[in-house]
Write a protein that binds this ligand. Structure first.
Ligand SMILES: C[S@@+](CC[C@H](N)C(=O)[O-])C[C@H]1O[C@@H](n2cnc3c(N)ncnc32)[C@H](O)[C@@H]1O
Length: 308
């Protein structure tokens, strides 16, 4: 006799009923983040903040709503919208940004979907602190185009080449560049690092490459597995794209130009392998300090030493 499958547990079975306030919905959602082991870090590192963001988006309420919004009692239609959103996040393990179709970085809104990684780069801090007036900039591994757009706004006189190997990611980047009215200054290139980009001399090159070692990518939480593998996987030791970038940038970076690379947990590996470059690590608010700076003249000096 066929055995009956046990009934599936529904994490939303205890959802607040009629008469409950949004504050109660928020408490319920926040508890689910803990009990269901949802992964954080793509939209916010904090379950309260992410759950509130999802609730406000689901009901079309302003993200800047004050605490009084939590006293509202959702209508039956609102309640089914809240249940639908929570089901996608909790049962489907869909990242919040893919549910809302947007991500915020540096106060700007970017369109996102599964074609691109969700913007969360440390470069948002670094770009805000950059000085000088670079005329030509490259953003290698541009993804959604978020950093190229932040750079173009930070340096209104600059032309920015935004480069990615992924055609689907570049479709999203194109939408963002248009939405921010920067199509004349941010030029998109489909290329493996600089392979297919016309040779130019850059004053500034930035790159937030895929830098996770492949084995780390295999074991990621479902939320991170929803992101394109190409955006995360940096090869066996995480350094594949970085090595290629450093090789190519030697000929492309102006002598006084700057190359900035975000490397996640690879700081020690970078210092070991590229000791000759005298990498400088830029401070970030949370102390991760995982963005390094290399000068054009240091790249060239190190390359000459290898040749001689
Ligand atoms: C970590 S994501 C960064 C995206 C974006 N800059 C950000 O900070 O949100 C890395 C990006 O590199 C792209 N990529 C991977 N390999 C590449 C390669 N060989 N050449 C150019 N881009 C590549 C991926 O498609 C992905 O969009």
């Amino acid at each position: 006799m066929a055995r009956r499958r046990p009934p599936e547990r529904d994490p939303l079975a205890g959802a607040p009923g009629a008469g409950a306030t949004l504050g109660e919905w928020l408490g319920f959602a926040e508890a689910l983040y803990g009990s269901e082991g949802l992964a954080l870090g793509q939209v916010s590192a904090d379950a309260h903040d992410e759950a509130l963001y999802l609730i406000l988006c689901a009901l079309g309420l302003p993200l800047g709503s004050g605490p009084e919004v939590l006293d509202r009692r959702p209508s039956p239609r609102d309640r089914s919208a809240l249940r639908a959103v929570l089901r996608r996040r909790v049962v489907g393990r869909t990242p919040a940004a893919y549910i809302t179709g947007e991500a915020w970085l540096g106060g700007l809104r970017f369109l996102v979907d599964r074609r691109v990684i969700i913007p969360r780069s440390y470069f948002v801090e670094i770009i805000a602190g950059l000085r000088g007036s670079p005329a030509r900039i490259a953003d290698v591994c541009t993804g959604s185009g978020c950093l190229a757009i932040l750079l173009a706004r930070r340096f209104p006189g600059a032309a920015v080449d935004a480069i990615d190997l992924s055609g689907p990611a570049l479709e999203v980047a194109r939408m963002n560049v248009r939405a921010h009215r920067l199509s004349r200054r941010v030029i998109l290139h489909r290329s493996d690092v600089f392979d297919a980009v016309p040779a130019r001399r850059y004053d500034l090159i930035i790159c937030n490459p895929p830098y996770e070692p492949s084995a780390v990518c295999d074991a990621l939480a479902p939320e991170f597995l929803s992101e394109p593998r190409l955006a995360l996987d940096g090869g066996a030791d995480g350094l594949d794209i970085i090595r290629k970038l450093l090789r190519q940038a030697t000929a492309l970076l102006a002598p006084r130009g700057r190359l900035l690379i975000e490397v996640g947990g690879l700081r020690a590996a970078m210092d070991r392998e590229f000791a000759a470059l005298g990498l400088r690590w830029l401070p970030t608010e949370d102390g991760a300090d995982c963005v390094c700076l290399v000068r054009g003249e240091d790249l060239r000096r190190a390359a000459q030493r290898v040749r001689s």
